[in-house]
Design a protein around this ligand. Structure first.
Ligand code: DAH
Length: 343
């Protein structure tokens, strides 16, 4: 009996392949499934004469073949009526599949926003090399070769002999290296905003070995601290909104006199003090009035011109945006999509 079922399947498959019109298909259907003399029904009818055990085996197989034959006949009939292609109907009006879309990295967004704010008051964005000469990062900024103030910038040095008068090559530890480069262009007044990558040997919740700074430099006649404070105030109001607290703390930098450090009230702890800020204020960077020696290094007459400068960390400034609540600066660069996609 099992053998008969097998043979029947084979012969059906062969016959249906050769069929090319509806009438022959009808005939085929009757010859297999017809009530009276259909080949399959003969088998089904014979089942009752089998021993119970055999019936249990053969019955399901015969029924399976019956279903197969029925389905194949339906498919063949559709093919004969519509042609094969109609099975794969394609609706050209369906909307396409959307590819997942990314967005600019948070730091890029911050850089663009900061640039835009300063451009509105006449500053121009520039970029200077990340692999820099010792001279621009230190020497020209009133820190001669053996000056201990250099230690403040935990600098990476390039392992190569110095060539020429500008000393060793380093990975620039701050964007202040752009100050004298900008002066060397020989155009006054200067209103520069230099944004670039900086490198230092440091890593913890509020420090990264690679980070970004933005450096403002304004040089013209009769520039005063009032201009510096006004510019900082303008930036704070535009970036953080009208109510954010910030403060200027007297400090010492070799390239500005007087100098300040700028702190913003910490948004993570609302000024109570936390791991990020320590005492409720987060230091964003420095600022001050450009030192006459720096102007001289840039071939600018300090008796005629004066200027202010400031240099802050982009990532830190960004972290202090109201409501962000990012507890560790390193999260910005872990590249965890679950984090990045929230912004
Ligand atoms: N370059 C300094 C730093 O990275 C910050 C700084 C201080 C920049 C005073 C300035 C400035 O332009 O006037 O620590």
């Amino acid at each position: 009996m099992l053998n008969e079922i097998k043979k029947l399947r084979e012969s059906f498959n062969q016959e249906i392949d050769g069929i090319s019109d509806g009438d022959s298909l009808d005939e085929l259907e009757v010859s297999y499934l017809g009530r009276k003399s259909g080949k399959l029904n003969n088998i089904l009818r014979g089942l009752k004469d089998l021993a119970e055990d055999d019936r249990k085996k053969v019955g399901p197989l015969a029924n399976k073949l019956k279903k197969e034959i029925e389905e194949n006949i339906v498919i063949k009939r559709k093919e004969l009526i519509h042609g094969k292609a109609s099975e794969e109907f394609f609706d050209v009006t369906l909307p396409g599949t959307k590819f997942p879309e990314g967005h600019l990295h948070l730091v890029t967004q911050a850089i663009r926003e900061i640039t835009h704010i300063f451009e509105k008051i006449g500053f121009t964005r520039v970029k200077y090399p990340e692999v820099e000469w010792d001279y621009y990062a230190f020497g020209a900024l009133n820190m001669p070769l053996d000056h201990p103030a250099r230690d403040e910038w935990e600098t990476f040095f390039i392992d190569a002999e110095p060539v020429g008068p500008k000393g060793k090559r380093i990975l620039t530890p701050h964007t202040s290296s752009g100050q004298v480069r900008e002066m060397e262009k020989g155009k006054l007044p200067i209103r520069m905003i230099n944004i670039s990558k900086c490198y230092r040997r440091q890593a913890d919740v509020s420090h990264l070995p690679m980070f970004h700074q933005f450096e403002g430099l304004l040089i013209a006649e009769q520039v005063t601290i009032a201009n510096l404070k006004g510019t900082l105030e303008y930036f704070f109001k535009n970036y953080y909104g009208p109510d954010r607290k910030y403060r200027l703390r007297p400090f010492h930098f070799r390239f500005t006199e007087p100098s300040f450090e700028i702190d913003v009230s910490c948004d993570l702890c609302q000024g109570r003090g936390c791991k990020m800020c320590k005492a409720g204020w987060l230091e964003l960077g420095g600022a001050g009035m450009v030192h006459p020696n720096v102007l001289k290094a840039g071939k600018i007459d300090p008796h005629k011109y004066s200027g202010f400068a400031f240099g802050w960390g982009v990532e830190r400034v960004f972290l202090m945006k109201p409501g962000l609540n990012i507890p560790d600066i390193r999260m910005l660069y872990n590249n965890d999509l679950r984090f990045l996609q929230q912004f």
